[in-house]
Design a protein around this ligand. Structure first.
Ligand code: MN3
Length: 198
């Protein structure tokens, strides 16, 4: 049985960029529903119900018969990762990470530009990610719907949810403004560094 993980911040602490109401729906309803559906779908599946979330995602990826399990498991993973990617207090970029970002993208501004491009050009629902590969190279990828980079053997460092439910109450159709506010104000760079060091 999977549980809805706790948030690392208060529901009203991302204001003025993300409202308490958005967190209540996004975390309390959408994320919770993915957890509930996943538990329901795997409860009688002896092959899957003792595996970790990551193992379930990798095992069910690209299997049309198990697509509902994949979608709900990946959405639980993606949302856990998204909440951890955010911080209510401004965190400066750790030196080690900044050096790597400068080497990979040229500058932090370039990284933000590429992430913004991925987040705003994702047609329909999906996610924008900063990832690293097995050779420690950083890159930006976007995924549609529930898809997530761990199925491509990429290690996620940071993500932004660009499903409409992530921003519509606060921003309506203005996805670029939502993305900009996150990148300028809410990135948990310590979480990014922790993932980079894995
Ligand atoms: Mn979402």
């Amino acid at each position: 049985m999977f549980k809805l993980n706790n948030l690392n911040f208060e529901k009203n602490s991302l204001l003025p960029y993300i409202s308490e109401k958005t967190i209540e729906f996004h975390y309390g309803k959408h994320h919770q529903t993915y957890v509930n559906k996943l538990n329901d779908l795997i409860k009688d599946n002896d092959e899957l119900n003792n595996l970790s979330l990551e193992e379930i995602i990798k095992k069910t990826a690209n299997n049309q018969d198990l697509v509902a399990i994949f979608n709900n498991a990946a959405q639980v993973y993606n949302h856990d990762f998204f909440w951890q990617s955010l911080s209510p207090k401004k965190i400066s970029i750790p030196e080690e990470l900044l050096l790597k970002i400068n080497e990979s993208f040229g500058s932090i501004e370039k990284l933000k530009e590429e992430l913004t491009q991925a987040a705003t050009s994702q047609f329909g629902s999906g996610w924008a990610w900063l990832v690293k590969d097995n050779s420690n190279n950083l890159s930006i990828v976007k995924t549609s719907n529930a898809n997530c980079p761990i199925t491509e053997n990429l290690i996620p460092l940071f993500t932004i949810d660009v499903w409409e439910h992530a921003y519509y109450l606060d921003y309506q159709n203005k996805r670029p403004e939502f993305v900009k506010n996150i990148l300028d104000n809410l990135v948990n760079w310590e979480f990014v560094l922790k993932n980079y060091k894995k």
